[in-house]
Ligand binder design. Structure first.
Ligand SMILES: C[S@@+](CC[C@H](N)C(=O)[O-])C[C@H]1O[C@@H](n2cnc3c(N)ncnc32)[C@H](O)[C@@H]1O
Ligand SMILES: O=S(=O)(c1ccc2c(c1)CN[C@@H](CF)C2)N1CCSCC1
Length: 273
């Protein structure tokens, strides 16, 4: 696609996001039936287990963890906050950064109670359930910043946002495929965030498989690049990552609740050599 065409498609995607509703998005995706901790086959235990395992492997280490496209969610850094002493959250929209700041400052008006997520990760860590308050305090202590980001920019963050060496680890969940107009843009975005990572650092990438749209609020239909496993692997390779492992979860029929047409979720652990 020509440069002009690419810019128009990215601008159209940004326009879609102007109507994104954090509270509705959280309701659609982070409350039952999708977020049902009692169900063995629920997506939540699977995803939190993938993140817990990856963040507790010896090769994932360092000072700084950056979450790319955090949105209004925190589950993606609940394991990482025990490994890295500095966490930077990022998002394209001020409404999402505000939602994260409300939680960070323990203000009233948070759109979702993250306690069940904090408790579940404590369980994965072999801690007592009541340690969730300590985990919340730990997360509030290590979150160093909540920054604007645009993964379609060659330099997604402000020039002085990260140390010159880059981040030791990136995590990104349901972002790149849901903000990119097509597969080429998804792959380019992977390349842009690659530059934020130090050599030897890791990317923990979670995303949707087979998804062509989702609702980011009532009537806010947002297009998504439908991905399959082979495309995820090829895009990671094309944007210079070494894939360490790819895991896939197939969504049970009753979790296909009409807020999107996702059929599965992938978890990829990759390294920048
Ligand atoms: C589907 S949500 C994912 C949110 C969260 N990471 C999760 O796991 O649910 C996609 C996020 O990407 C953000 N976003 C939209 N355009 C973006 C861009 N150009 N660069 C980075 N993030 C963007 C949106 O604001 C939204 O928070
Ligand atoms: O995997 S989820 O079902 C999930 C969570 C978020 C999303 C989707 C799916 C699919 N559409 C994405 C649009 F970008 C957002 N899940 C929701 C419960 S907690 C763990 C994540």
């Amino acid at each position: 696609m020509e440069e002009k065409g690419r810019e128009k498609a990215v601008a159209a995607m940004a326009a879609c996001y102007q109507r994104f509703d954090p509270a509705a998005y959280l309701q659609y995706n982070y409350t039952p039936p999708r977020a049902d901790f009692a169900r063995k086959d629920s997506i939540v235990p699977w995803k939190l287990a993938c993140l817990h395992r990856a963040f507790t492997e010896d090769d994932v280490s360092g000072e700084l963890l950056v979450d790319i496209g955090s949105g209004p969610t925190l589950y993606q850094v609940l394991s990482g906050c025990e490994v890295f002493n500095k966490v930077i959250l990022t998002d394209f929209l001020e409404v999402n950064r505000q939602e994260l700041r409300r939680w960070l400052q323990d203000e009233a008006g948070c759109s979702l109670d993250w306690t069940p997520y904090l408790q579940h990760v404590c369980k994965l860590e072999g801690r007592r359930l009541s340690a969730w308050t300590e985990k919340a305090a730990k997360l509030r202590q290590v979150i160093a910043d909540i920054l604007p980001i645009d993964v379609h920019c060659s330099q997604p963050l402000a020039p002085d946002a990260l140390p010159s060496a880059g981040a030791d680890c990136l995590v990104s969940c349901f972002c790149l495929e849901s903000v990119s107009p097509d597969l080429a843009a998804f792959t380019r975005a992977l390349g842009h965030i690659w530059k934020l990572l130090r050599p030897g650092g890791h990317l923990l990438l979670i995303g949707a498989l087979g998804e062509s749209y989702y609702f980011g609020g009532p009537g806010v239909r947002i297009p998504v690049v439908p991905l399959n496993e082979a495309q995820v692997c090829a895009s990671l390779k094309e944007s210079s990552y070494t894939l360490i492992r790819l895991e896939v979860y197939t969504l049970p029929q009753d979790m296909r609740v009409g807020v999107d047409d996702v059929t599965g979720v992938f978890f990829a652990k990759a390294r920048k050599d």
